[in-house]
Design a protein around this ligand. Structure first.
Ligand code: NAP
Length: 281
């Protein structure tokens, strides 16, 4: 069945998901704050919302979601569903859900894991915070851009899970950076370390993916340092709310902030390794 879908946000992920949805035969409209000159693009956010029943957000952060919702609010109809795939703060997730309920439209909390290549191949993994009935209604659309859909309960749960899993990714890349710097300072070749980690329980798909490029100083952006910093700060907000001390992610966030300030914001977040190479902090 063909659906009408508007994709808001044509960054690394949204642009690729819009392409996949189009290729799958859906009627796709796109909108981006900074026009991208796509044939399916509408520059007016309200008109972009009116064009479709399904409104998919692949926006940067909570602030971007609030700004877009405010632009499309008067165009929202009860037959709309907003599916938020952006990684945002929990307060904004609940705010979006409330705004939708005021209009009488549906809201699905659905951030994802998977990066540029996964988006290109329609292999994201969606966490879904929504009722089972609502998920089933839109499952076939989510399947176009994903290889797995993981229901996690009510609205907000997917946001929390996404933020704490990104905490693990940021902390892992920080740990990989420290281990590479120490081993190298003691004369161990990067290739030896990469093989040793691959055969160790501490190895992971993330370590295998990031270490070779970190070693080359190749920080082509799959997920930006700036966006990872944003997610670390959202995770810290969750910790604060629960009155938890989380020194690891606070230290990593501080390092990411310094690197962003030093000009690395748009690089891949594996540029965390720069703290030991070209940008000692
Ligand atoms: N890339 C990944 O590997 C990955 C993985 C998991 C989750 N995510 C999450 O998915 C979302 C999209 O990621 P991405 O990598 O595609 O991000 P991105 O390349 O940084 O794109 C961000 C998008 O948000 C838009 N935007 C930023 N501020 C805005 C505002 N105030 N109002 C309206 N639009 C605004 C940008 O528009 P402009 O072009 O005008 O700046 C752009 O379209 C983010 O929440 C990210 O954390 C990404």
């Amino acid at each position: 069945m063909s659906n009408s879908i508007t994709v808001f946000g044509l960054g690394i992920i949204g642009s690729r998901c819009a392409d996949s949805l189009s290729k799958a035969g859906h009627k796709v409209t796109t909108w981006n704050r900074t026009p991208k000159d796509r044939a399916d693009e509408t520059t007016d956010a309200s008109q972009a919302a009116q064009a479709s029943d399904i409104l998919s957000f692949y926006l940067k952060d909570g602030q971007a979601c609030r700004e877009v919702l405010n632009q499309i609010r008067t165009s929202l109809r009860p037959d709309h569903v907003i599916i938020n795939h952006s990684t945002i703060d929990l307060v904004t997730t609940h705010w979006l859900a409330t705004e939708c309920s005021v209009v009488g439209c549906q809201f699905i909390d659905s951030p994802f894991t998977g990066s540029k290549v996964a988006a290109q191949n329609g292999e994201l993994v969606y966490y879904v915070g929504a009722s089972d009935i609502l998920l089933e209604q839109y499952r076939s659309v989510l399947e176009v851009t994903s290889k797995e859909i993981i229901p996690v309960g009510k609205v907000g749960n997917a946001t929390i899970i996404k933020l704490v899993t990104n905490l693990i990714s940021a902390s892992t890349v920080q740990a990989l950076s420290e281990s590479m710097a120490i081993a190298s300072a003691h004369g161990i070749s990067p290739d030896s370390l990469i093989s040793a980690i691959a055969g160790n329980a501490c190895g992971s798909p993330l370590a295998s993916m990031k270490m070779p490029t970190m070693n080359e100083g190749n920080y082509e952006t799959h997920f930006s340092l700036d966006n990872m910093l944003k997610d670390a700060n959202y995770a810290i907000q969750l910790a604060d709310e629960a009155e938890l001390k989380t020194p690891g992610i606070r230290t990593t966030a501080d390092t990411m902030q310094k690197l962003c300030d030093a000009g690395s914001a748009d690089l891949d977040y594996s540029a965390l390794f720069q703290q030991f190479t070209d940008k000692p902090l």
